[in-house]
Design a protein around this ligand. Structure first.
Ligand code: PA5
Length: 442
């Protein structure tokens, strides 16, 4: 099959090709430390082999559980935050219809536990009140506040609606094999569970049941997704030079020249959550020790009418990586109009995608002319298999880039700061001193 391609020729006005290729040995060395388990954060390298390690039996178990949930319910509420929801959401939003939000199974998959919005929960419970629903609760630590609150609400609602016994059959928990409050509860209540491996961090967990179960419930082909990742893994781990090495080296070379922000841009609204997943992956992996490229996302052409001005003429500190989907799934032609008041008849008979592709090309050239180095990722089509390739490509390049930067790409110590303050402000037992200290500041 074809593979996604990476083209960095449009960065060469900003950094010499030789400056990028001079970084290839460092990128290859970083890859070596990931492969031989000597990188920083080496306890969390399980994602490297996940696609090849997952067995047919495990995939069949996920599909069987998904089929059972589909039989019992119309709506699945996936509860999780960060790496415990973004991967599943990215695939489902990329492959589902834009308006019905259904997968190929007439089953609606919706998300909770990724915010603490009271109105969100009121509206969610109102929406669910006349629906047959199930819950997939995902938390590696099993103690994260946002999903824990959501699960309390959803569990209570489900049990009072269908009774504890039936609720127990509609709840699936994905968590640590042994520790955490969610593991204890799931064991007590006898829920079906799946395990997040110890050596896989949240943002690298899309190819575990964390991503695969919700995607299977939505009716998408998890075996194709995994196959794509397997292909990309083979390509990148078995060859000295690869797209992951090139991407890591190109963005590192640009960062060294002062391009401290990377925009991931798409020209397909279905990719919005792929960008959200990518932002978490790179932001949490690289942004530490006062270092790291800031990952930002834009949806074009929509954001060309908002952020486009800044990108074109604001401070010159951004690089841009465009994900381009070569072939659309459907054809829509622009109709001829007798009156031609909008003067669009020059486009009559042309595909909407042709106009989109010209917008994409025109934008890339304009941004390069305006001082924004441009990298291009070409996906032949938006399918599960290519998304699997893309995930593995981004994960591997992220691991390599983080190692080149000198940070531990697999921890996220900074995430604790807001939690500690929030718990202190909420008078959580054990936070008495912190509570006094923070309250004296307000
Ligand atoms: O990448 C990570 O590890 C984090 O973003 C986590 O996924 C996120 O904080 C959710 O954690 P948990 O799954 O433990 O609830």
């Amino acid at each position: 099959m074809n593979r996604i391609k990476f083209d960095y020729s449009q960065v060469c006005n900003f950094v010499k090709k030789e400056e990028i290729s001079a970084l290839f040995p460092q990128a290859a060395e970083a890859l070596k430390t990931l492969k031989n388990g000597t990188s920083k954060g080496s306890d969390f390298l399980g994602w490297l082999d996940l696609p090849a390690a997952i067995t047919e039996t495990e995939l069949n178990d996920i599909e069987k559980t998904a089929a059972d949930l589909r039989k019992r319910t119309q709506v699945l509420v996936v509860i999780g935050i960060g790496g415990s929801y973004l991967g599943a959401r990215a695939v489902i939003e990329a492959l589902a219809g834009s308006f019905d939000n259904f997968g190929q199974s007439d089953m609606k998959v919706i998300f909770a536990g990724h915010n603490i919005g009271e109105d969100y929960y009121h509206e969610l419970m109102t929406y669910l009140s006349d629906k047959e629903f199930g819950i997939c609760v995902i938390s590696k630590s099993g103690t994260t506040t946002e999903p824990a609150i959501a699960f309390r609400l959803m569990k209570e609602m489900l049990e009072s609606k269908v009774g504890k016994a039936e609720a127990g059959k509609r709840i699936v928990a994905i968590t640590d094999a042994k520790k955490g409050a969610l593991r204890t509860l799931a064991d007590q209540e006898g829920y079906k569970t799946f395990v997040i491996p110890d050596n896989v961090g949240g943002r690298f967990s899309v190819l575990t049941p964390v991503g695969l179960l919700p995607i299977a419930v939505a009716g998408f082909d998890i075996k194709a997704l995994v196959k794509g990742a397997v292909d990309m893994r083979k390509e990148c781990l078995e060859n000295a030079q690869s797209v992951a090495i090139e991407y890591a080296a190109a963005r590192t070379a640009l960062y060294k020249k002062g391009f401290a922000i990377e925009l991931l841009a798409n020209f397909n609204p279905k990719l919005h959550y792929i960008t959200e997943w990518w932002k978490q992956l790179y932001g949490e992996s690289e942004g530490k020790e006062n270092k790291g490229i800031f990952p930002a996302g834009v949806d074009f052409t929509t954001d060309l009418h908002s952020m486009g001005q800044y990108i074109q003429q604001g401070p010159r500190m951004m690089m841009e990586t465009v994900i381009s989907v070569e072939k659309t799934a459907h054809k829509v032609e622009i109709p001829f109009d007798e009156a031609n008041l909008d003067k669009l008849n020059f486009l009559a008979g042309k595909r909407v995608d042709y106009v989109n592709k010209m917008a994409e090309l025109g934008t890339r050239i304009a941004h390069v002319d305006g001082g924004v180095p441009n990298m291009l990722i070409q996906m032949p089509e938006l399918t599960a298999e290519y998304i699997g390739q893309l995930f593995y490509f981004f994960e591997l390049a992220c691991g390599i880039s983080g190692c080149m930067l000198g940070v531990n790409p697999f921890d996220q110590p900074g995430v604790e700061a807001y939690k500690n303050n929030m718990f202190a402000l909420l008078d959580k037992p054990g936070y008495e001193e912190a509570s006094k200290a923070i309250k004296s500041r307000i």
